[in-house]
Structures are given as structure tokens and as C-alpha cells.
Design a protein around this ligand. Structure first.
Ligand code: NAD
Ligand code: WQD
Length: 340
């Protein structure tokens, strides 16, 4: 059985669905600080399988000991954590406690239970402002904010752990920009309050929840002056976790992979793709650059292809069509959705 921490969240719920469809058994551990239980109910409805879950915090060592002793867990996919860059600058201690201390408590409990296989959610943010693109896994790492630092610290902790005990099997997955939703439109990203990320914001403008998109910067050295990113469909990302876990059944040590498409799209290209997918206009206005943003960031995903056999299947069009389907079926996210 696979323990999925943060399994009720955006990427976690899509991964749980993929795991269940592949016939795996899962147990979700989530404190629901940024998730709705409906996501798990929907995964259950979509797969026709029960989704067992425990409400709790990864920083609760006693709870983790109970979870590991009561269930036959052989591996962990670790999504749980806080992820808002701006908030991390305001509340660094919360971020280090959740993301770094939380992972320490989790790994210690795993060690006590002799469960030494983990897939960790890292981020392209660990490359800081890369000297060139596309970005390969051996590029230098750097962090520009507490969130990014928390990811880097965990990566380093996991490296040290593997050195200390060769039984550990660890995969570090560096996601680029996850977007989209399951193509049923039943699960998707449901940000609290004003979305920080581009695609949820664009989608909320299209549905009429927000008036106008602020485009942060049109003076970057890119094709149209706006920032370029590697958007990756969440279902492709979910599949990457399955393949990383499978790889760990055959390999020990730490294995780090970029999960991206290898293609970069500007903010205006994303707006255009969304307008086409939704057949709605997305009003936008230019604003100054957002602090900490970089001009361009996209992956060289060749390592994941060569080693895991993983490549992204879905293009930007499908990412936007699926986001729009989710948004239309759930205009206010999970909270007051009329879907069961
Ligand atoms: P999310 O907020 O939707 O999911 C995180 C889940 O973890 C939520 O369900 C939340 O309730 C839970 N959680 C948070 N702290 C917890 C704790 N202490 N104990 C138990 N549960 C806890 O975020 P997501 O977009 O699904 O991201 C999943 C992971 O991927 C995170 O680690 C994030 O940093 C990483 N990541 C996300 C992105 C992105 O853009 N979405 C990009 C790169 C990396
Ligand atoms: C994309 C582009 C913005 C919002 C962040 C984290 C990263 C990772 C993914 C977790 C940029 C522009 C955005 C808006 C805009 N998360 N934009 N108007 O910044 O690439 O990455 O999420 O690990 O760590 O930093 O993603 O979606 O916020 O921005 O113009 O309202 O859209 O400037 O060029 P980002 P994003």
C-alpha cells in the first residue's frame, strides 16, 4: 500500500486517481489545510474504488507511528506541504515547519517502520534564475524565497539520508508548472482566495469571478515580453509518480527528475490558448514585473524519458480545455459545487 501525504490536494488527488486506476492500494494522509474532502469522494466516484484516508498532520509523529503500524505501507508519495511563494516570505517559520520539519518527522517515522521508499514533490523553483534554458537536472540550484529554500533543504536532507543508509530509495520530482484537470471535470485545482498562479486566475476571469488579469511584466527578453513557463498537465504529472515509484522498486539511492514538457509558453500565449478553449475573452492589463519572477523557465525532460520512459502526452490546448471544463462544472471550486 502506498501512503500519499497531501493526497487530497490538487496534484495529490490526480495522482491517487491514477494509482487506483493502475490497481494500486493507497492511503491518504491529509490535514485538509488546503483541500476539500470532496476531492477524495470524487476520486472514489470516478474509479469505483474506496479512497481510505486519515485526517492528520505529517508533523504528528505519534499519528504516523499508528498509521505505519496499522497499515501495510511499503512506500510513500509525499505531497503534503505549503506552496505559496508570496506567503512563504511573510510566514517563513510556517513554511520551514510544514515543509522541512514535516518531512523530517515523516522520514523518521518511515525509518522506524522500516519503510524506505519515497517520492518527493520538488519544484523547478530550485533552479532559481537559470543561466540558460532548457534546464537539466545537473544545473546549479538556488533559492530566492523561503518556499524554494524549503524544497532545496528537503532535497539535501534526502541526499544525506541516502548516503547514511543505502536501503533508502528516493525519487525527487521537480515539477515545472502544473495546470489542467482530470478530463471528467470532476477534480481540479481549487485555490483559496485570489489565485497566485496564472492559469487558475485566467480561468476565473473567463468564468466571471475576476474582472481582469494582471500580466506581470511585458518587458522581459522573451518573444512578446511576457514570462515564459513550461506548463505541464496534472494528469501527465500524476503518471510520472507511478513511473518513478516503479523505478524505485528496481533501484536504490536518490534519483532526480524534471517533469515538464520541454516547451515554453508566454503569458500571452496562455491567455490566447485559454480564450480558444473557452470561447471567452480574457481581459488583461500590463503591470510591473512581480518580485522574484524570472524571464523564462522550461525543462529539458530527456532524463525522465531515458530513465523512466516518461514523457508528457498532453499539449497546451488540452491543458486549457480541461481547466475550462473543471471551471465550468465547478464555478466556485469544490465548496458550493452542485455536483455530488
Ligand atoms: P495542494 O496545496 O493542493 O496540496 C497539498 C496538500 O497537502 C493539501 O491537500 C494540504 O491540505 C496538505 N497538507 C499541507 N500541509 C500538511 C501537513 N502538515 N500535514 C498533512 N497534510 C498537509 O498543493 P499541490 O499543488 O497539490 O502541491 C503538492 C506538492 O507539490 C507540494 O509539496 C508543492 O510544494 C509541490 N509543488 C507544487 C507545484 C504547483 O505549482 N502546484 C509546483 C511544484 C511543486
Ligand atoms: C506563471 C507566469 C508570472 C499570475 C510558481 C512558483 C513555483 C511553482 C509553480 C510550486 C509568470 C505570470 C502569473 C498572474 C501573471 N510552484 N503571471 N499574472 O511563478 O512560474 O511558478 O508556481 O512549486 O515554485 O514560483 O507560476 O503561475 O505564478 O506564473 O502575469 O496573475 O505568469 O509572472 O510569468 P511561476 P505562476
Amino acid at each position: 500500500m502506498i501512503l500519499v501525504t497531501g493526497g487530497a490536494g490538487y496534484i495529490g488527488s490526480h495522482t491517487v486517481l491514477t494509482l487506483l486506476e493502475a490497481g494500486q492500494d493507497v492511503l491518504v494522509l491529509d490535514n485538509f489545510c488546503n483541500a476539500n474532502k470532496k476531492s477524495l469522494e470524487r476520486v472514489s466516484a470516478l474509479t469505483g474504488r474506496e479512497v481510505p484516508w486519515v485526517e492528520g498532520d505529517i508533523r504528528d509523529a505519534a499519528l504516523l507511528d499508528d498509521v505505519f503500524s496499522q497499515h501495510e505501507i511499503d512506500s510513500v508519495i509525499h505531497f503534503a506541504g505549503l506552496k505559496a511563494v508570496g506567503e512563504s516570505v511573510q510566514k517563513p517559520l510556517d513554511y520551514f515547519d510544514n515543509n522541512v520539519n514535516g518531512t523530517l518527522v515523516l522520514c523518521s517515522a518511515m525509518s522506524r517502520a522500516d519503510v524506505k521508499k519515497i517520492v518527493f514533490s520538488s519544484s523547478a523553483t530550485v533552479y532559481g534564475d537559470p543561466a540558460s534554458v532548457p534546464i537539466r537536472e545537473n544545473f546549479p540550484t538556488a533559492a530566492t524565497n523561503p518556499y524554494g529554500r524549503s524544497k532545496l533543504m528537503v532535497e539535501e536532507i534526502l541526499q544525506d539520508l541516502a548516503v547514511s543508509d543505502p536501503q533508502w530509495r528516493i525519487s525527487v520530482l521537480r515539477y515545472f508548472n502544473p495546470v489542467g484537470a482530470h478530463d471528467s471535470g470532476m477534480i481540479g485545482e481549487d485555490p483559496n482566495g485570489i489565485p497566485n498562479n496564472l492559469v487558475p486566475f485566467v480561468s476565473q476571469v473567463a468564468i466571471g469571478r475576476r474582472e481582469v488579469l494582471s500580466v506581470f511584466g511585458n518587458d522581459y527578453d522573451t518573444t512578446d515580453g511576457t514570462g515564459v513557463r513550461d506548463y505541464i498537465h496534472v494528469t501527465d504529472l500524476a503518471k510520472g509518480h507511478l513511473m518513478a515509484l516503479d523505478y524505485l522498486s528496481r533501484h536504490d539511492g536518490v534519483h532526480t527528475f524534471n517533469l515538464g514538457t520541454g516547451k515554453g509558453y508566454s503569458v500571452l500565449e496562455v491567455v490566447q490558448a485559454f480564450e480558444k478553449a473557452s470561447d471567452r475573452k480574457v481581459a488583461y492589463e500590463f503591470h510591473p514585473r512581480r518580485a522574484g519572477d524570472i524571464a523564462r523557465c522550461y525543462a529539458d525532460p530527456a532524463h525522465a524519458e531515458e530513465v523512466l520512459g516518461w514523457t508528457a502526452e498532453f499539449d497546451i490546448e488540452k491543458m486549457m480545455v480541461d481547466t475550462w471544463r473543471w471551471q465550468q462544472k465547478n464555478p466556485n471550486g469544490y465548496s458550493d459545487s452542485t455536483l455530488s
